[in-house]
Design a protein around this ligand. Structure first.
Ligand SMILES: Cc1cc2nc3c(=O)[nH]c(=O)nc-3n(C[C@H](O)[C@H](O)[C@H](O)COP(=O)(O)OP(=O)(O)OC[C@H]3O[C@@H](n4cnc5c(N)ncnc54)[C@H](O)[C@@H]3O)c2cc1C
Length: 317
């Protein structure tokens, strides 16, 4: 009978991402049976056991040099057949959002996306925001459940002293399973975390006024606390920041511990992408700006005066 939780553990060039450790630690705390991890492609899996995984399934080979939906779906389906888990967790990252629905279709399993809380009530219970975060769905899956979880939902776990048994799985995947040829992969700036996984984000709105000011004010301010720069759609549409920086309904959904919004009004479409942030700091000249209704800390002031002072304080930390 299916039991336990399998965590799809993403890696970046062989380095396991922190979201995998976060999910493994959460899976252990749910107390739903053995917790195992699956890693596809060549990666250093040694730390997974210290967060509570007792078995690490690895699937490797030339077919996994680049991500493709076809190869990863086949690999995960083979590991799920072997491990027989009740629940499979993965990050609601770009990759997870692509992979899990396809896996659900392949296995005829239910998929819950973008969960922000998980609990055990005689079986898994997942909570996920809907309607731009205005309502919360509580879902209890029946049968095998595939669940993607927003990064940073549970906080940074502490490593213990455990270790995991590593089991190599031959999933019979070949390049032909890719169905596409990946010609080139272009990485965004590797020095900052991807917005969807960032722990801290500093975002600017239309009020930043020029791309030069975005580059000379927002990027250095973000860098001073190791944050990822973000932007509202108005700032992106005006050409001040690249589209990859857009937060919101038609941009990226983020879930950082700290979200600094400089000169952003707080339109519903922007809130849809960041309202689950743990701490929101808003700076806006207009005391009636909607963002203040969602801010943990609000400052009615000019961002051009506040940004340099903030940067000085961040650098002093
Ligand atoms: C279908 C659809 C999808 C959308 N998707 C998105 C999305 O994904 N992301 C998104 O962000 N938006 C999205 N939008 C657009 C959204 O409705 C807003 O237009 C947008 O978020 C506004 O961006 P803003 O807050 O930067 O600009 P504005 O609404 O113009 O607000 C600027 C704010 O800056 C303040 N300000 C001005 N100067 C200063 C200063 N010097 N110092 C401090 N404060 C100052 C003003 O008081 C104001 O509150 C979408 C809209 C639609 C219709």
């Amino acid at each position: 009978m299916a039991s336990g939780i399998l965590v799809f553990s993403e890696h970046d060039g062989g380095k396991i991402k922190k979201t995998a450790f976060e999910l493994i630690a959460k899976a252990v705390s749910l107390n739903m049976g053995p917790v195992s991890a699956v890693v596809v492609g060549a990666a250093d899996t040694s730390a997974l056991g210290s967060y509570g995984a007792t078995t690490v399934y690895t699937v490797s080979g030339d077919a996994f040099s680049s991500y493709t939906t076809g190869t990863y779906t086949k690999a995960l389906a083979a590991v799920i057949a072997k491990a027989d888990p009740a629940v499979v967790l993965g990050a609601a990252s770009n990759l997870g959002k692509d992979l899990f629905p396809r896996l659900g279709a392949r296995l005829g399993a239910g998929v819950i996306t973008e969960a922000t809380e998980l609990s055990n009530d005689g079986g898994l219970v997942a909570h996920r925001p809907v309607y731009a975060g205005k309502a919360l769905v509580t879902a209890k899956p029946s049968g095998l459940a595939l669940v993607t979880v927003r990064p940073n939902s549970f906080g940074a776990p502490t490593a213990g002293s455990g270790s995991a048994e590593v089991v190599a799985v031959d999933a019979g995947v070949s390049a032909a399973d890719a169905k596409v040829n990946v010609l080139e992969s272009k990485k965004s700036d590797a020095s900052v975390a991807d917005l969807t996984e960032a722990d801290k984000i500093v975002s600017a709105g239309r009020s930043i006024k020029t791309a030069e000011q975005y580059d000379s004010i927002i990027r250095p301010l973000a860098a001073s606390i190791g944050a990822t720069p973000g932007a509202s759609r108005a700032a992106v549409d005006a050409g001040y920041a690249p589209h990859s920086h857009q937060v919101g309904q038609t941009g990226k959904v983020v879930n950082p511990n700290l979200y600094v919004a400089l000169g952003i009004s707080g339109a519903i479409q922007h809130l849809a992408g960041m309202r689950t942030s743990k701490v929101i700091v808003a700076v806006n000249k207009d005391p009636d700006a909607p963002i203040f209704a969602h801010a943990t800390y609000g400052l009615v002031d000019d961002l051009f005066d506040v940004a340099p002072l903030l940067q000085k304080e961040f650098e002093a930390l």
